[in-house]
Design a protein around this ligand. Structure first.
Ligand SMILES: C[C@@](CO)(OP(=O)(O)O)[C@H](O)COP(=O)(O)OP(=O)(O)OC[C@H]1O[C@@H](n2ccc(N)nc2=O)[C@H](O)[C@@H]1O
Ligand SMILES: Nc1ncnc2c1ncn2[C@@H]1O[C@H](COP(=O)(O)OP(=O)(O)O)[C@@H](O)[C@H]1O
Length: 269
C-alpha cells in the first residue's frame, strides 16, 4: 500500500503561555499544502525501514514512521511486521510538518491495511502522542488549532482561487530552540476573526510570533519575505518555526524572481 503524505503551512501563530509539561499553548491556522512524500508499506517477515530522496537527519530507528508502528503495536500485539519505504521530498526542519505528516499517514495506512477499525478521534489521540502538529494530518483540512496544536476546529477556508509560492532557503530551524526564544503573550487581535477577513487585509492583521527571533538568527528570511511582497504577494509569512517562507498571490499573479540557485522554490497554483 502506498500513500502520499502532504505538508502544512501555518497562517498566523501565537504562543500564549508555557505549560507545566514544558510545552506551550498556542493558536494557529493549519492549511494543507500539496507538496508530498511517498510512503510505501509492505507486509513482511520482519520490521524494516529505509528511505530515499532528502536525507532525514538522525537515526533511522527514530524515524516517525517507525514510531507510529511501535505506538500501535503496543495496543495491537498482532499488528504484523512491515517493510517501510519513505521517499522524502518535503523540506525538513522547515515548519512544514513533514515528519508529522509521515507519522499520521503511517497510522492511517496501518489502520486501513490491517483493519484496526480506529475512528478519526482515536487516530487523532495516537497522532498527538507522536508530535504536537501530527494530529492535524488526520482530518488534513484547514483548521484553527489550539492547545499544543492538537485541539482542532475545522475552518471554512479555501485558497484555491489564489496562487502560492513556497521558498525554502535550506536553513534547518530546530522547533524546540525556536519555542525557547519566545516570551509568550496574549495576542492583540483574534486570529480566528482575522482569518475570516479578505486575504488582502491579512498583511496588517495576521502575525507569526516565531518570525522575530528566527529572522534575528537568519536575516535572509526577512529579505525573502520582502522579496515575496515585491513580487506582488498579497500576504507573506514564515510557516511555523521556519524556515519555509510562503507568499499568497492573486491567481497567476506571481512576478518572476531570480531566487538563489540553492533555494527550493515550489509554485502551488
Ligand atoms: C511550531 C509548529 C507549529 O505548527 O510546527 P513546526 O514549525 O515545527 O512545523 C508546531 O507547534 C511544532 O509541532 P511538532 O514539530 O510536532 O513539535 P513536537 O515534536 O511536539 O515538539 C518539539 C519541541 O517543540 C516544543 N513545543 C512544541 C509544541 C508546542 N505546542 N510547544 C512546545 O514547546 C517543545 O520544546 C518540544 O520538545
Ligand atoms: N519521517 C520524517 N521526516 C522528517 N523528519 C523526521 C522524520 N522522522 C523523524 N524526523 C525528525 O524530525 C525532525 C523535524 O522534522 P520536520 O517534520 O521536517 O520539521 P518541521 O516540523 O520543522 O517541519 C527532523 O530533523 C528529523 O530528525
Amino acid at each position: 500500500m502506498i500513500v502520499f503524505p502532504n505538508c502544512k503551512i501555518n497562517l498566523g501563530l501565537h504562543i500564549l503561555h508555557r505549560r507545566a509539561d514544558g510545552f506551550h499553548d498556542l493558536e494557529t491556522i493549519f492549511y494543507p499544502v500539496q507538496i508530498k512524500d511517498a510512503l510505501e508499506v509492505l507486509a513482511h517477515g520482519e520490521l524494516h525501514f529505509n528511505s530515499s530522496g532528502i536525507t532525514v537527519p538522525g537515526n533511522a530507528a527514530d524515524n516517525l514512521c517507525l514510531k507510529a508502528w511501535h505506538l500501535l503495536k503496543k495496543d495491537f500485539p498482532d499488528l504484523p511486521a512491515v517493510n517501510i519505504h519513505l521517499h522524502k521530498h518535503i523540506p525538513i526542519g522547515a515548519g512544514l510538518g513533514g515528519g508529522s505528516a509521515d507519522a499520521a499517514f503511517m497510522l492511517q495506512l496501518l489502520n486501513d491495511k490491517f483493519r484496526l477499525e480506529l475512528s478519526a478521534t482515536q487516530l487523532i489521540n495516537y497522532a498527538a502522542q507522536l508530535g504536537s502538529d501530527c494530529a492535524f494530518f488526520i482530518p488534513n483540512q484547514p483548521c484553527f488549532a489550539t492547545g499544543r496544536g492538537e485541539v482542532l476546529q475545522p475552518l471554512d477556508l479555501d485558497l484555491s482561487g489564489y496562487s502560492m509560492l513556497l521558498v525554502h532557503p535550506g536553513i534547518h530551524v530546530n522547533t524546540g530552540w525556536a519555542f525557547g526564544q519566545i516570551t509568550p503573550q496574549q495576542p492583540e487581535l483574534s486570529l480566528q476573526e482575522s482569518i475570516l477577513q479578505p486575504v488582502t487585509s491579512w498583511k496588517d492583521l495576521i502575525t507569526n510570533d516565531f518570525e522575530a527571533p528566527v529572522f534575528s538568527a537568519h536575516p535572509i528570511l526577512r529579505e525573502i519575505k520582502e522579496q515575496l511582497y515585491e513580487a506582488g504577494a498579497l500576504y507573506a509569512t514564515m510557516s511555523g518555526s521556519g524556515s519555509a517562507m510562503v507568499g499568497i498571490f492573486g491567481k497567476n499573479k506571481i512576478a518572476g524572481i531570480l531566487w538563489d540557485a540553492s533555494y527550493r522554490v515550489f509554485e502551488i497554483i
